[in-house]
Design a protein around this ligand. Structure first.
Ligand code: SAH
Length: 250
């Protein structure tokens, strides 16, 4: 019996942002376990598969991780082709690494398939280049949400000179703002907050580090949303971002 589980990224929402490999895995799938950030439109590629929703958004009804593990193992051991479909990329704040290790330790073959992660998609949908020559020479992907008490090195993030892309940050805007200001980031650093990136309900709120919490409140920003913090978020155009960065350096 060839037990195999595909851990597949469904991308940020727009079904056209699915990879060809994800589509192939879905076509072969007999059982598909989906997270609730997955746009169900992608299930058109697996009409005959059994679909099991195992979403667990913060604060909502949830399926324990141990149960998801056991479910994948059970179907794989039955010889079924199992696809575990996750929003964005399975290994960016998606527990892909954790699930792959757990399954491999039990003798199950695992294949990971990239998806376009929400942070990259959100920026691109708003014409924000996350790296830009002369403005941002790197990108840092960060989650604002932790299950332990571990602390990020905010000073390094504030002063690192890379564009910050923050996941799961909507409920933590005040803390993010305070930490980055305390870490030495300029108060007028541009911020873009992108809700439902790549979906029909996409909304975008432009602000800066000082005002982002108030602006998000006024905008009624809701999860899922991505924060892009840095000079590149100044405007949709390269010229404006360069202008902002040049002013800072002058
Ligand atoms: N594995 C996913 C991330 C899961 S963590 C990925 O690679 O994209 C969940 C967080 O992702 C949300 O809190 C939000 O910050 C972000 N997110 C996921 N889908 C999103 C979308 N369509 N628009 C904006 N943010 C999104």
């Amino acid at each position: 019996m060839n037990a195999k589980v595909w851990l597949v990224g469904a991308g940020p929402g727009d079904p056209e942002l699915l990879t060809l490999k994800a589509v192939r895995a879905l076509r072969e799938a007999e059982v598909v376990l989906i997270d609730d950030l997955v746009n169900e439109a992608v299930l058109e590629h697996c009409p005959a598969a059994r679909i099991i929703a195992v979403g667990k958004r913060g604060g909502c009804r949830s399926t324990p991780q141990a149960f998801i593990h056991r479910l994948m193992l059970r179907y794989a051991r039955q010889g079924k082709c199992v696809v575990r479909l996750k929003g964005g990329d399975p290994c960016i704040f998606g527990r892909g690494g954790e699930e792959a290790q757990w399954l491999r330790e039990r003798g199950v073959e695992v294949e990971l398939v990239n998806g376009i992660t929400a942070g990259l998609a959100g920026a691109t949908q708003c014409d924000i280049p996350l790296t830009l020559r002369g403005v941002a020479r790197g990108v840092t992907l960060v989650t604002a949400h932790t299950q332990d008490d571990s602390q990020l090195n905010w000073r390094a993030l504030a002063q690192g000179g890379t564009t910050l892309v923050i996941y799961m940050g909507v409920a933590k805007l005040g803390e993010i703002r305070e930490q980055l200001l305390a870490g030495g980031m300029a108060a007028d650093t541009p911020v873009a907050m992108i809700e439902n990136a790549s979906l029909p309900g996409q909304r975008e709120c432009r602000s800066d580090l000082t005002a982002m919490e108030d602006d998000a409140l006024g905008f009624q920003l809701k999860s899922p949303a991505i924060l892009v913090i840095g000079a590149v978020a100044a405007a949709a155009t390269q010229v404006d971002s360069i202008g902002w960065a040049a002013d800072r350096l002058a």
